[in-house]
Write a protein that binds this ligand. Structure first.
Ligand code: AMP
Length: 201
């Protein structure tokens, strides 16, 4: 049966890293809808959406719900029926959770990666990501590239995310605790299969 998995967790919980590990060898069975990566691509391409999104992302704030809900719905509609989906970082607010349940997006599982605020802050200090494929490297998790500044996987350039600054990460954690934690509780109460994983590496 087709699965639609919502992957949630604080910033630096390791969503992207876990996702890449999980997908190895299963790439054809799953399609990933990553709101963060889709938005970073829009920013990079300087589209109208990208220009609007940058303003929120650089401040560590969430993008308005109607934009995100449409973005996710469009991706779900585009996906072939027999492919399972992983919604990386959706839903992140109660409104998004209600929309996910009302629009019958068909979410079957919620995976919540749990990490403390202190650990998230510490990981964000050394995190660098690949501009091309999104792979992330963090000294704290003993994962650094073989060649400085170059992605082991695709040879892309490694950069610091503009929202990984200490003051921004604190804002993002605050937003997670205020908006996303209740969204996770709502999804949990809806009866979908719920899995909580302690994010240790
Ligand atoms: P991420 O790559 O998942 O850490 O997301 C990076 C940024 O993209 C977030 O800090 C938000 O500004 C934006 N974003 C990603 N997913 C969502 C969402 N579901 N709702 C609102 N904003 C989002």
């Amino acid at each position: 049966m087709r699965k639609i998995i919502s992957l949630l967790g604080k910033p630096c919980a390791g969503k992207g890293t876990r996702l890449r590990q999980f997908l190895e060898g299963k790439e054809e069975q799953y399609m990933v809808v990553s709101c963060g990566e889709a938005l970073r691509e829009e920013v990079e391409n300087e589209t109208i959406l990208g220009r609007q999104a940058k303003h929120y992302m650089d401040a560590g704030k969430l993008i308005p719900d109607y934009i995100i809900i449409n973005l996710v719905l469009n991706q779900i509609r585009k996906a072939p029926e027999d492919v399972s989906l992983i919604l990386d970082g959706f839903p992140r607010t109660l409104e998004q959770a209600e929309a996910a349940l009302e629009c019958e997006m068909g979410i079957t599982h919620v995976v919540n990666l749990v990490v403390s605020d202190a650990e998230a802050i510490s990981r964000s200090e050394s995190r660098i990501i690949c501009k091309k494929c999104g792979e992330s490297y963090t000294q704290k998790m003993f994962k650094m590239p073989k060649k400085e500044g170059i992605c082991d996987k695709c040879g892309g350039k490694l950069v610091k995310r503009s929202d990984d600054k200490p003051e921004i990460i604190e804002e993002r954690l605050k937003i997670f605790n205020i908006y996303t934690a209740p969204a996770i509780d709502r999804m949990k109460a809806s009866g979908v299969e719920y899995l909580e994983i302690e994010s240790t590496f």
